[in-house]
Design a protein around this ligand. Structure first.
Ligand SMILES: *Cc1c(COP(=O)(O)O)cnc(C)c1O
Length: 472
């Protein structure tokens, strides 16, 4: 029996003639496609070899080709899901670290496409007709927006901090409050980053309280930098005290030491104007007199992965000569994206309108409700029962950990009970993955992070899921 089955295993070219398989092949590259077919045939061979029960073998034999084909389809789907691709974010977390943090507007996407597929003036000065600097225009733009003497862009904020400390605190003490020795995002640990830069870590104060005097007593000729780190993703509550930035700056001036601040999220907007807890802005730190401020490009700034350093020109000029810069420099895509982004920031109203991250944070709750009602109605028309519910969205990305934003969501209603985990899986494994949220044992889509322009397409995808999975 086994021998017959093994002999009957279909060959690749027979499988390729199947209509379903042929269609599937169009959706994935040929190499992946062929390896899924071979893998499926091999898996069936192994299944036959290890099966001893005659009845089970007979069943395998009856549906040999059909089973292999079903397996190929699922293997191909799995392969496709591994690639970086668009997903619908129904989690309600605006800066979702697993889902690519901040989002760009479609307009920026078009501009970048053009730059990627043509030559450009990355290191060419068109006006003068000679070699130019890849950073100059962007640096000027950033300086203008934040009101700094100069600016520098590197690969990410971790790189920015390492560069600054390596240049100004190598083999010297970096003085930092104990309460700021945090871990952010799983891989950025302040103590480790300081050591990695070649600086000596000198922690002062206690976890909850650090006085100016704690810094003062430790400043001496061994001191390289006074470092302040914004504890973005965590808050100490109760009996706490940290040193005011202005006092720290004054101490630095008196003792002739640099004050550098890692502010984490590159926030340029005074959010309290929009009824949201305020988060320190880059401008405020510069106004307080901090020598260098570093921040991320893809958190509240709303851009791409990057680290931005702003502050005194003579210091930035020194950073530009540091050899480590070569290892963390950015390429044309980052420069092009950030140029477009910062152009929006020249006028805050434009920034809030055109940068999705800012728009989602500041929009009126009625706008979210409108999107929820719209999706709800389309689904209802197609026979998918649902209701609009009140939810709480979050900013995420290690920013404003306490801040919850009023939002609305869509919950589905079923006659028979269906587990939220199963629903979550069905949505997640859809052709365009839909990431929802489970809370209090119910699954829903938070509309905070669903864009108005995507609603029709999302509705179609939900309908497809309900049909394919027999939910209607
Ligand atoms: C997020 C964060 C970082 C790390 O920034 P990356 O751009 O992800 O390297 C460093 N410091 C602080 C305070 C942060 O919030």
């Amino acid at each position: 029996m086994k021998k017959i089955l093994l002999r009957n295993l279909p060959k690749v070219d027979i499988i390729l003639k199947n209509k379903e398989i042929e269609n599937m092949g169009k959706s994935v590259d040929y190499y992946t496609f062929l390896s899924c077919i071979k893998k499926s045939i091999n898996q069936m061979r192994e299944e036959i070899l290890k099966t001893e029960d005659e009845e089970k073998l007979r069943l395998l034999g009856e549906n040999l080709e059909e089973n292999i084909i079903k397996n190929i389809l699922s293997l191909v789907e799995k392969e496709k899901r591994k690639k970086i691709q668009r997903v619908f974010n129904g989690s309600g977390t605006i800066l979702h670290t697993n889902l690519g943090r901040s989002v760009f507007s479609k307009k920026i996407g078009e501009k970048i496409g053009e730059i990627l597929s043509s030559y450009n003036n990355l290191e060419y000065d068109i006006e003068e007709g000679k070699r130019g600097s890849r950073y100059k225009n962007l640096e000027n733009l950033i300086s203008q927006v934040v009101g700094s003497e100069s600016a520098l862009v590197v690969n990410n904020n971790a790189g920015a901090v390492i560069l600054c400390l390596n240049e100004f605190s190598k083999n010297k003490n970096t003085i930092i409050s104990r309460g700021e020795l945090v871990e952010i995002g799983g891989s950025f640990r302040v103590p480790e980053i300081i050591k990695f830069s070649g600086a000596n870590l000198l922690e002062v104060g206690a976890t909850n309280i650090t006085h100016l005097d704690d810094y003062k007593r430790n400043v001496d000729e061994e001191t390289g930098v006074l470092l302040k780190v914004h504890t973005s993703n965590y808050k100490i509550k109760g009996f706490t005290q940290e040193v005011d930035l202005k006092e720290l700056v004054k101490l630095g001036k008196d003792k002739n030491k640099l004050v550098i601040e890692d502010i984490g999220s590159g926030n340029l907007v005074e959010f309290s104007k929009y009824g949201i807890v305020s988060e320190p802005t880059v401008m405020k730190s510069l106004e307080a007199g901090v020598d260098l401020v570093t921040f991320s490009g893809d958190k509240l700034l709303g851009g791409c992965q990057a680290g931005i350093i702003v502050g005194k020109k003579e210091l930035i000029d020194r950073l530009k000569k540091n050899q480590f810069l070569r290892a963390i420099r950015v390429d044309k895509i980052t420069i092009a994206l950030l140029e477009e982004l910062f152009t929006n920031y020249l006028d805050e109203r434009e920034a809030i309108k055109n940068i999705p991250t800012l728009r989602m944070i500041t929009e009126k709750v009625e706008d979210v409700e409108e999107r929820a009602i719209r999706l709800s109605n389309i689904l209802e028309e197609r026979g998918i029962k649902n209701k609009v519910i009140e939810t709480k969205a979050t900013i995420g990305g290690g920013s404003m950990p306490d801040e919850e934003i009023k939002s609305f969501g869509i919950e589905f209603i079923f006659e028979r009970k269906i587990s939220p985990n199963r629903l979550e899986e069905y949505f997640r494994k859809n052709k365009i993955s839909i990431i929802g949220r489970i809370e209090d044992n119910r699954y829903f889509l938070d509309m905070k992070t669903i864009f108005l322009d995507d609603i029709d397409e999302l509705a179609q995808n939900i309908q497809d899921i309900f049909l394919e999975r027999g939910l209607v």
